[in-house]
Design a protein around this ligand. Structure first.
Ligand SMILES: [Zn+2]
Length: 375
């Protein structure tokens, strides 16, 4: 992996974040754009960030708009119950059993404060019980609003895997930033939008607000970038996944077809590029919300291990992981998509052409409606 991409990835995966408490990642993206020429950054009324890349003069009819979310399941400090006990709000989907004696880390400026979960308060019962707050023994008092995450090792990029607290969705965010970095270096012609949304983990709150506010230009093909739990049919390491849909819905066929056509062309040019095309029905992703709001939308994801830090092997909190090669191919695919903005068609042109060829080929036979005995 290129040194600049390695740095972006490690930086992004090291920043603390939680639903509605994404300010540190937002600051990082602001800084990132400041150091690079040719990018326009805007913040919508809900705090979502939109970065635009534009080179060349011709119009781009349907530019791509990649979107990734800035949050990951986590804690936000509420108040000190006594000198050593912090009550923190929890937001995100993690099973209650994983909280028992859980080790947590809070970020106060450059300093981190460690803590251990004493007890949790839940809403609902049995398998539906959702943790709402946790009382955490901490070494020193913490101010309200401090962000906390599971106390896991710092991110690591290995030859096979990238391991971190929050691949979901900081690997997606980093993939988009690596694409922007590359675009700013080589300045190919094209137009691309990069939306960074807030509070996905509690139900696409930032994404829906972006739709209502008109943050994404209507002409865009929206591509939601995610990590999604590995499936028997979509393995980590077999390439980034083009999602035809999720647990809730099917995405826009033309948008999915466009990503596929671009990927097939890229695979022809670049031997190391592989991708998969699957229904990832382990969860629902923001693409479903974009489709619901009338956008042409689809999704691309990285197959993820230890989804939401729920370690599969030891049934304990663990680092999430994705494939290093999948990540590198994801970035290549993004760049190719930005450059191909002008080839998007609301109809699957390639498929239609193939059908028309068959129609022509068999037209004579179809016209002949006599039965064999009449011949
Ligand atoms: Zn998630």
């Amino acid at each position: 992996m290129q040194a600049s991409h390695r740095k972006i990835l490690i930086d992004a995966l090291s920043i603390p974040t939680a639903p509605f408490a994404e300010h540190a990642v937002i600051d990082y993206i602001r800084e990132f754009c400041k150091c690079r020429r040719g990018l326009t950054l805007t913040k919508d009324q809900n705090g979502n960030l939109l970065v635009r890349y534009r080179q060349g003069s011709g119009p781009v009819k349907h530019p791509v708009c990649f979107t990734a979310h800035l949050d990951h399941p986590g804690f936000v400090a509420e108040r000190m119950m006594d000198a050593k006990t912090l009550r923190a709000r929890w937001r995100g989907g993690v099973h209650r059993a994983y909280f028992t004696d859980g080790k947590v880390r809070f970020w106060v400026g450059q300093r981190t404060v460690r803590g251990v979960i004493k007890s949790v308060r839940v809403r609902g019962r049995g398998g539906d019980a959702r943790v709402e707050t946790a009382d955490i023994t901490v070494r020193s008092p913490l101010p309200p609003g401090t962000v906390g995450m599971w106390d896991l090792p710092e991110p690591k990029i290995g030859s096979r895997f990238i391991r971190a607290r929050d691949c979901d969705d900081m690997a997606g965010v980093a993939g988009m930033l690596c694409c922007l970095d590359q675009l700013c270096r080589y300045k190919p012609g094209g137009e691309g939008y990069f939306l960074f949304t807030r509070a996905e983990e509690v139900g696409f709150i930032g994404a829906m607000a972006a739709c209502r506010a008109g943050t994404i230009p209507k002409k865009c093909v929206v591509i939601a970038v995610e990590t999604s739990s590995e499936l028997p049919s979509a393995r980590i390491g077999d390439g980034p996944v083009l999602r035809v849909g999720d647990r809730s819905s099917i995405y826009t066929p033309a948008a999915t077809a466009f990503c596929r056509t671009v990927a097939d062309a890229l695979a022809k040019r670049t031997k190391s590029f592989t991708y998969q095309r699957k229904l990832m029905d382990g969860g629902t992703c923001e693409a479903a919300a974009y489709c619901d709001f009338g956008y042409q939308a689809t999704g691309i994801c990285l197959a993820l291990g230890n989804y939401h830090n729920m370690g599969i092997e030891r049934k304990k909190i663990a680092a999430e992981y994705v494939s290093t090669r999948d990540f590198e191919n994801l970035v290549k695919w993004f760049i190719a998509l930005v450059k191909s903005g002008n080839s998007y068609s609301l109809h699957n042109a390639e498929f239609r052409a193939r059908l028309q060829k068959l129609e022509k080929q068999f037209a004579k036979l179809l016209k002949d409606t006599r039965s064999p005995t009449q011949v």
